[in-house]
Structure formats: C-alpha cells, structure tokens
Design a protein around this ligand. Structure first.
Ligand code: SF4
Ligand code: SF4
Length: 295
C-alpha cells in the first residue's frame, strides 16, 4: 500500500498498520497502567485513556503478573495473536514500573509477540532507552497540537517535576517533551505513529500543521481520530467542543493531512483491554475470573 518497503516489512503482520493484516492477525491490550500525569479536557479519569481507547469503558486493571497470565490464556485460544500493547487506562509511561515489568516478562516468556505502547509523551524522552532495550518497535504518541495556546485549551494541567503546572506553561512543556520524545525514538529506529484527537473549534484547523511537523521528524503514520463527546463518556465541556466531528469533517481533515504522509483510517480506538481481531472485541471472554477457570 502507501507505506515505504522497509517499514512495510516491519509491520506486515501488525493488524493496526497493515490493511491486509487486520483481517488475519489479532492484537490485545492489557490494562496495567492506572495513573496519568496530565489532564486532557476530553478525559474523565474513571475511564480509559483516549490515547488509544474509547473513553467511557472501564477496563479491568491488572498487575503485571495477571497480565502475563491473561496474555498466555489468550494466546492459547487465539493463535493469530501477534501484537501486545499497553495503552492505559492511564499513561503507560506514568506507570513505568508496571509497564516495563510487563514488557520484561513478555520479552523473556513470549519472544514472538510484538510489543507496542502508547503515551501522551510527557515522560517519553527519559524512557526512550528503556523502550529500545525492551525491543518495543512501535510507539504511539498522542499529539493534539504543536502550539501552547491551543494546548492550553486541551490540557488544563500537567504534573511535572512534582508540581502541577497549568495553562500555557504546562502545555508548552508537554509539547516540547512530545517532540523530543518523537525524535529520540525515530533516531533509535523505533517506529512512531502519531495519534491526534480532532476537536472541532479547538484544534481541527491546526492538525495539518501537526501532521507536517511530525512527518518531518520521522513519524511513519498519522492517525486523526474523532473526539467522542458524549456526556456519558464524561467529557468535560467547559472549553471544549460540544460535539465530536461528523464523519464528513473527519474525512475531509484526513484527506487534507495525508499529502504524502501515510494516514491511518481503520483505527478502531480500541479499549485498553481489547482482545481479538480489529473490529471484534473478545475482552469480555478473558476477564480474570474466566482465565482462572481456564488454568
Ligand atoms: Fe486521560 Fe489519557 Fe489524557 Fe491521561 S493522557 S488525561 S488518561 S486521555
Ligand atoms: Fe490498533 Fe487503533 Fe486498536 Fe490500537 S486502538 S489496537 S492502533 S486499531
């Protein structure tokens, strides 16, 4: 398809990155990362991080040991399982001990499973080496803006160096860390996908600029996702759009951003505990009480 050959070789059996593979290979997320170090206006902490996950669904939180048991139980039932991701329910890199313990055990016990992780990017520069060490070859960074004035409308605060930093000052630090983290990963040969949440009236006109910049820094894919702005998902409405984009608005923006950049169009915004082929979610078959019965 549209990806360069050397990247396609790396992602050909990854259901998220290959249009063909997503019919044949399965992925799963394990929810081992409860804490977050920033606040997004579209997030309600009770639910999963919308870095990768549909807000509004509560995942079953697992310890690293429980996660390993679950992964083994799933792999025994779903042989096409090729990819394991950590995507929440908070920020994986705000829970480094739990996240990297899980990856460490997996690299040792199931070396054939590809690993990926997603993050808001705030802690990314400091963990780039650790990520490279665990042989995680795909990282997703959620980047919603490159301008602090826009960032201040999306992120009311970040938690940085033991302090809560609000407004433009906080957004500026987050943006700098995201960009530094992106460069740190691509310079180590790690594939980076960028996710952006399209928020009508806040960052929609700005995302073209984001696309240009992240592409220049080596991201291989940009995924523009719609804001899910329904009250039951807990979205904070104060400064935010009252609604998510329409399908037409989303598609128009994806077309505009694509240029020669690869655009991802089949991301399903899976739950932090999703299991199975894309478009199917068998997570409910593998909750802890059920895998205990399988043991
Ligand atoms: Fe919520 Fe994710 Fe934003 Fe953290 S990064 S506030 S978990 S949406
Ligand atoms: Fe793949 Fe998107 Fe689902 Fe992540 S959220 S597993 S990238 S389809």
């Amino acid at each position: 398809s549209h990806l360069p050959d050397h990247i396609r070789a790396k992602v050909q059996d990854h259901p998220c990155y290959s249009e063909e593979a997503h019919h044949y290979f399965a992925r799963m997320h394990v929810a081992v990362a409860p804490a977050c170090n920033i606040q997004c206006n579209y997030c309600n902490r009770k639910y999963d991080c919308s870095n990768e996950s549909r807000p509004g669904v509560v995942s079953e939180l697992l310890t690293p040991d429980q996660a390993i048991r679950k992964i083994k139980a799933v792999a025994a039932q779903i042989p096409q399982m090729t990819v394991l991701g950590i995507a929440g329910p908070g920020d994986p890199l705000a829970n480094p001990a739990r996240t990297f313990e899980t990856f460490r055990m997996l690299s040792a016990q199931t070396p054939d499973i590809k690993l990926c992780v997603s993050t808001n990017g705030l802690n990314l520069p400091q963990y780039a080496d650790e990520i490279a060490k665990h042989n995680i070859d795909h990282v997703t960074i959620t980047i919603n803006c490159v301008a602090p004035e826009i960032g201040a409308k999306i992120y009311p605060w970040i938690y940085w160096e033991n302090k809560r930093i609000r407004g433009i000052e906080g957004a500026k630090i987050l943006i700098e860390q995201q960009q530094k983290g992106l460069e740190a990963l691509t310079s180590r040969g790690i594939l980076v996908k960028v996710n952006s949440v399209m928020i009508p009236g806040v960052n929609d006109a700005h995302l073209k600029e984001v696309s240009k910049i992240v592409k220049a820094k080596g991201a291989f894919l940009h995924n523009v996702m719609p804001l899910i702005a329904e009250a039951e998902h807990g979205t904070y409405y104060g400064l935010m759009a009252q609604r998510g984009p329409t399908d037409e608005e989303l598609q128009a923006l994806q077309d505009e951003c694509s240029g020669d950049m690869s655009m991802m169009r089949h991301c399903r915004q899976c739950r932090a505990d999703a299991v199975g082929l894309l478009g199917e979610d068998r997570g409910d078959e593998f909750t802890l009480d059920k895998i205990d019965v399988m043991d």
